[in-house]
Design a protein around this ligand. Structure first.
Ligand code: SPV
Ligand code: MG
Length: 299
């Protein structure tokens, strides 16, 4: 009796493998922020090949601050919608792992279970706050953070699941040498890639880091405060992934605010030409497929 006549290799490439391929290409992969099913759909529709489930943007979506105010269950509920909506590899922002190695490990396991391609954890203390807020960015000891990386790596059910280690050494003003030292320790602890974060208005810190780092591991960046850098610079530096970490959420805030102001003063006629038509929304959500499915499966 044949109960399984599928070729196990077809259509079953682990999302972690897909993400690894994307980070191994010569050109930097552009990784778009998503914070719910809608933003994931829009990003996929625009042609992005990988998504960043941003802690900042998911928190904002929940009406909360990016200061570990949202529980990780609330966050993973959104990640599940992102995974479902986009069918793309999703790298999940795991902040500091919500505590110690054990909480980080369970977060990683749960993220893997709902279909994420990988997680990114950062070497801040819990509770963390967003890298662009204030100057109080205390880092965890290197050894403690290496333990978190090892615990997440060891726990992954599929070895393809990606564990990205993010250092906040530059955010904490500890300098390039500390960033390099930490990144090397995280590499030795088993990280698959390094996320080096900077909040300088130019790309200078990233250039200094990459000059020394070379190609020891793929490097991810989030050019939020240095948006004017030409894209060719990232390719020249050998950056593996460029994360557009919050531009979608910020676009939504501005558009919603404009529309709210106009609706509260002038009425719907003032905004109709500025907003997506319902047909546009129905196309994005593929309502036509449901009609076809109705013919095939409906009674
Ligand atoms: C996020 O998107 O939540 C990030 C990137 O961690 S940043 O907000 O720049 O810290
Ligand atoms: Mg974050």
């Amino acid at each position: 009796v044949v109960i399984l006549d599928l070729d196990p290799a077809v259509g079953h490439e682990h999302v972690g493998i897909q993400l690894r391929h994307l980070l191994a290409t010569f050109e930097p992969t552009l990784i778009m922020e998503a914070h719910d099913g809608l933003s994931a759909r829009v990003a996929a529709d625009a042609g992005f090949r990988a998504l960043w489930a941003s802690g900042l943007c998911m928190s904002t979506t929940l009406g909360l601050r990016d200061s570990d105010e949202a529980s990780w269950t609330e966050r993973l509920t959104l990640v599940a919608r992102i995974v479902e909506a986009a069918n793309l590899p999703v790298l999940v922002d795991g902040d500091s792992g919500y505590g110690n190695f054990s909480t980080a490990r369970r977060f990683a396991l749960q993220a893997e279970q709902i279909g994420a391609a990988g997680i990114c954890i950062e070497d801040k203390r819990f509770p963390k706050t967003n890298s662009f807020v204030g100057d109080n960015h205390e880092l965890a000891p290197v050894g403690e953070f290496c333990g978190k990386i090892r615990a997440c790596r060891d726990a992954a059910r599929n070895p393809a699941f990606v564990v990205v280690a993010r250092t906040e050494a530059l955010i904490a003003n500890l300098g390039i040498d500390e960033a390099l030292l930490r990144s090397e320790a995280y590499r030795l602890a088993g990280a698959d890639a390094i996320f080096i974060h900077s909040r300088k208005p130019t790309v200078e810190e990233i250039v200094a880091f990459m000059t020394d780092w070379g190609d020891r591991l793929p490097v991810l960046i989030a050019p939020t405060t240095y948006p004017q850098t030409p894209m060719s610079m990232y390719a020249d530096l050998g950056i593996a992934g460029v994360i557009w970490a919050n531009q979608g959420m910020r676009a939504a805030v501005k558009a919603m605010r404009t529309v709210c102001r106009l609706l509260s003063t002038e009425g719907a006629g003032a905004v109709e030409g500025m907003i997506a038509s319902l047909d546009d929304v129905f196309t994005l959500m593929d309502y036509a497929q449901l009609t076809l499915d109705e013919q095939r499966y409906g009674s």
